[in-house]
Design a protein around this ligand. Sequence first.
Ligand code: XMP
Ligand code: MG
Length: 179
Amino acid sequence: MKEEVTVNGKDFSVYLTKEEIIGRVWDLGQQITNDYRGKTPIILSVLNGAFIFTADLVRHIELPLNIEFVRLSSYEGTSSTGKLTEVLGLKTDLENQDVIIVEDIVDTGFTLSNFVKTVKSKNPNSVKIVSLLRKPEAISFPVEIDYVGFDIPNDFVLGYGLDYDEVGRELPQIYKLVE
Ligand code: XMP
Ligand code: MG
Protein backbone atom coordinates (compact mmCIF):
# COMPACT_ATOMS: atom_id res chain seq x y z
CA MET A 1 0.00 0.00 0.00
CA LYS A 2 1.23 3.50 -0.84
CA GLU A 3 3.25 5.31 1.86
CA GLU A 4 2.98 8.65 0.07
CA VAL A 5 0.52 10.22 -2.35
CA THR A 6 0.56 13.50 -4.24
CA VAL A 7 -2.77 15.22 -4.75
CA ASN A 8 -3.15 18.52 -6.58
CA GLY A 9 0.59 19.09 -6.24
CA LYS A 10 0.62 18.52 -2.47
CA ASP A 11 2.39 15.63 -0.76
CA PHE A 12 0.66 13.44 1.80
CA SER A 13 2.13 10.60 3.84
CA VAL A 14 0.34 7.75 5.54
CA TYR A 15 -0.95 8.65 9.00
CA LEU A 16 -3.41 5.87 9.90
CA THR A 17 -2.95 2.47 8.26
CA LYS A 18 -5.71 0.23 7.02
CA GLU A 19 -5.13 -2.10 10.01
CA GLU A 20 -5.28 0.75 12.55
CA ILE A 21 -8.48 2.09 11.05
CA ILE A 22 -10.31 -1.22 10.84
CA GLY A 23 -9.21 -2.17 14.38
CA ARG A 24 -10.67 1.03 15.76
CA VAL A 25 -13.85 0.71 13.66
CA TRP A 26 -14.28 -2.77 15.15
CA ASP A 27 -13.97 -1.28 18.71
CA LEU A 28 -16.56 1.39 17.94
CA GLY A 29 -18.92 -1.22 16.49
CA GLN A 30 -18.62 -3.31 19.66
CA GLN A 31 -19.28 -0.31 21.91
CA ILE A 32 -22.35 0.68 19.92
CA THR A 33 -23.59 -2.91 19.89
CA ASN A 34 -23.34 -3.03 23.69
CA ASP A 35 -24.88 0.40 24.24
CA TYR A 36 -27.92 -0.18 21.99
CA ARG A 37 -28.76 -3.79 22.80
CA GLY A 38 -32.49 -4.49 22.25
CA LYS A 39 -32.91 -1.36 20.11
CA THR A 40 -33.01 -0.65 16.38
CA PRO A 41 -31.15 2.63 15.98
CA ILE A 42 -31.19 4.82 12.88
CA ILE A 43 -27.78 5.51 11.39
CA LEU A 44 -27.68 8.99 9.83
CA SER A 45 -24.58 9.03 7.70
CA VAL A 46 -23.26 12.38 6.50
CA LEU A 47 -22.26 12.27 2.82
CA ASN A 48 -19.91 12.34 1.08
CA GLY A 49 -17.05 11.97 3.53
CA ALA A 50 -18.56 9.35 5.85
CA PHE A 51 -19.53 6.82 3.18
CA ILE A 52 -16.62 4.41 3.63
CA PHE A 53 -16.54 4.72 7.43
CA THR A 54 -20.29 4.10 7.56
CA ALA A 55 -20.03 1.04 5.33
CA ASP A 56 -17.36 -0.49 7.57
CA LEU A 57 -18.96 0.58 10.85
CA VAL A 58 -22.43 -0.86 10.18
CA ARG A 59 -20.84 -4.22 9.39
CA HIS A 60 -19.35 -4.21 12.90
CA ILE A 61 -22.59 -3.36 14.70
CA GLU A 62 -24.42 -6.56 15.55
CA LEU A 63 -27.91 -5.08 15.73
CA PRO A 64 -30.80 -4.44 13.33
CA LEU A 65 -30.32 -0.95 11.88
CA ASN A 66 -32.03 1.61 9.72
CA ILE A 67 -29.50 3.42 7.54
CA GLU A 68 -30.09 6.83 6.00
CA PHE A 69 -27.82 9.30 4.24
CA VAL A 70 -27.90 13.09 4.41
CA ARG A 71 -25.88 15.83 2.79
CA LEU A 72 -25.00 18.98 4.64
CA SER A 73 -23.90 22.10 2.90
CA SER A 74 -22.65 25.19 4.66
CA TYR A 75 -23.06 28.50 2.90
CA GLU A 76 -22.97 32.18 3.73
CA GLY A 77 -26.37 33.45 4.77
CA THR A 78 -27.55 36.74 3.37
CA SER A 79 -28.62 38.14 6.73
CA SER A 80 -26.69 38.85 9.91
CA THR A 81 -26.98 35.17 10.85
CA GLY A 82 -23.79 34.52 8.89
CA LYS A 83 -23.18 30.95 7.82
CA LEU A 84 -26.04 28.47 7.55
CA THR A 85 -26.16 24.73 7.25
CA GLU A 86 -28.64 23.21 4.85
CA VAL A 87 -29.68 19.59 5.35
CA LEU A 88 -30.56 17.60 2.24
CA GLY A 89 -32.22 14.21 2.21
CA LEU A 90 -33.52 13.96 5.77
CA LYS A 91 -36.77 12.17 4.95
CA THR A 92 -37.11 9.74 7.81
CA ASP A 93 -39.51 10.45 10.63
CA LEU A 94 -37.19 10.58 13.64
CA GLU A 95 -39.86 10.87 16.34
CA ASN A 96 -39.03 8.48 19.24
CA GLN A 97 -36.13 7.00 17.29
CA ASP A 98 -32.60 6.36 18.56
CA VAL A 99 -30.44 8.33 16.15
CA ILE A 100 -26.73 7.77 15.61
CA ILE A 101 -25.10 10.44 13.45
CA VAL A 102 -22.03 9.16 11.60
CA GLU A 103 -19.42 11.73 10.50
CA ASP A 104 -15.96 11.40 9.00
CA ILE A 105 -14.31 14.33 10.78
CA VAL A 106 -15.14 17.09 13.23
CA ASP A 107 -12.97 20.13 12.66
CA THR A 108 -14.39 23.40 14.04
CA GLY A 109 -17.64 21.62 14.93
CA PHE A 110 -19.70 24.12 12.95
CA THR A 111 -21.35 21.65 10.58
CA LEU A 112 -22.23 19.09 13.19
CA SER A 113 -23.38 21.47 15.94
CA ASN A 114 -25.97 22.85 13.51
CA PHE A 115 -27.03 19.47 12.20
CA VAL A 116 -27.57 18.15 15.74
CA LYS A 117 -30.01 20.99 16.38
CA THR A 118 -31.99 20.02 13.27
CA VAL A 119 -32.09 16.37 14.31
CA LYS A 120 -33.14 17.19 17.90
CA SER A 121 -35.98 19.37 16.63
CA LYS A 122 -37.58 16.19 15.22
CA ASN A 123 -38.16 14.78 18.72
CA PRO A 124 -36.02 11.64 18.59
CA ASN A 125 -35.76 9.46 21.68
CA SER A 126 -31.97 9.91 21.72
CA VAL A 127 -29.18 11.36 19.59
CA LYS A 128 -25.55 10.27 19.69
CA ILE A 129 -22.66 11.12 17.41
CA VAL A 130 -19.86 8.94 16.13
CA SER A 131 -16.98 10.56 14.27
CA LEU A 132 -14.01 8.67 12.90
CA LEU A 133 -11.72 11.68 13.37
CA ARG A 134 -11.71 14.76 15.58
CA LYS A 135 -9.32 17.72 15.65
CA PRO A 136 -9.50 18.89 19.29
CA GLU A 137 -7.32 21.95 18.60
CA ALA A 138 -9.72 23.23 15.94
CA ILE A 139 -12.96 23.08 17.92
CA SER A 140 -14.74 26.41 18.16
CA PHE A 141 -18.38 25.26 18.12
CA PRO A 142 -18.77 22.92 21.10
CA VAL A 143 -20.35 19.62 20.19
CA GLU A 144 -20.26 16.47 22.25
CA ILE A 145 -18.97 13.48 20.29
CA ASP A 146 -20.05 10.22 21.96
CA TYR A 147 -17.78 7.89 20.00
CA VAL A 148 -14.47 9.14 18.56
CA GLY A 149 -12.25 6.99 16.39
CA PHE A 150 -9.06 9.06 16.61
CA ASP A 151 -8.16 12.49 17.95
CA ILE A 152 -5.73 13.96 15.43
CA PRO A 153 -3.57 17.09 15.15
CA ASN A 154 -4.83 20.14 13.31
CA ASP A 155 -3.43 19.02 9.93
CA PHE A 156 -5.29 18.31 6.73
CA VAL A 157 -6.02 14.64 6.10
CA LEU A 158 -7.44 12.65 3.23
CA GLY A 159 -8.37 9.10 2.23
CA TYR A 160 -10.91 6.58 3.56
CA GLY A 161 -13.73 8.82 2.33
CA LEU A 162 -12.06 12.17 3.01
CA ASP A 163 -11.13 14.29 0.02
CA TYR A 164 -8.90 17.14 -0.99
CA ASP A 165 -10.99 19.06 -3.52
CA GLU A 166 -12.87 15.83 -4.32
CA VAL A 167 -9.63 13.85 -4.89
CA GLY A 168 -8.46 10.95 -2.73
CA ARG A 169 -11.67 9.57 -1.22
CA GLU A 170 -10.98 6.05 -2.52
CA LEU A 171 -7.64 5.65 -0.74
CA PRO A 172 -7.84 2.79 1.79
CA GLN A 173 -5.67 4.55 4.39
CA ILE A 174 -5.65 8.04 5.91
CA TYR A 175 -2.91 10.38 4.77
CA LYS A 176 -1.70 13.64 6.32
CA LEU A 177 -0.38 16.69 4.52
CA VAL A 178 3.43 16.88 4.66
CA GLU A 179 4.41 20.39 5.80
P1 XMP B 1 -16.37 21.67 10.63
O1 XMP B 1 -15.38 22.80 10.74
O2 XMP B 1 -17.75 22.17 10.29
O3 XMP B 1 -15.83 20.88 9.37
O4 XMP B 1 -16.33 20.77 11.84
C1 XMP B 1 -16.27 19.64 9.07
C2 XMP B 1 -16.12 19.38 7.59
O5 XMP B 1 -14.94 19.99 7.04
C3 XMP B 1 -14.26 19.10 6.20
N1 XMP B 1 -12.91 18.86 6.73
C4 XMP B 1 -11.97 18.06 6.19
N2 XMP B 1 -11.98 17.29 5.09
N3 XMP B 1 -9.75 16.65 5.51
C5 XMP B 1 -10.86 16.59 4.76
O6 XMP B 1 -10.84 15.87 3.78
C6 XMP B 1 -9.65 17.40 6.62
O7 XMP B 1 -8.60 17.41 7.29
C7 XMP B 1 -10.83 18.15 6.98
N4 XMP B 1 -11.09 18.99 8.01
C8 XMP B 1 -12.38 19.39 7.82
C9 XMP B 1 -15.10 17.85 6.17
O8 XMP B 1 -15.92 17.88 5.02
C10 XMP B 1 -15.97 17.90 7.39
O9 XMP B 1 -17.23 17.29 7.22
MG1 MG C 1 -17.73 15.64 5.76
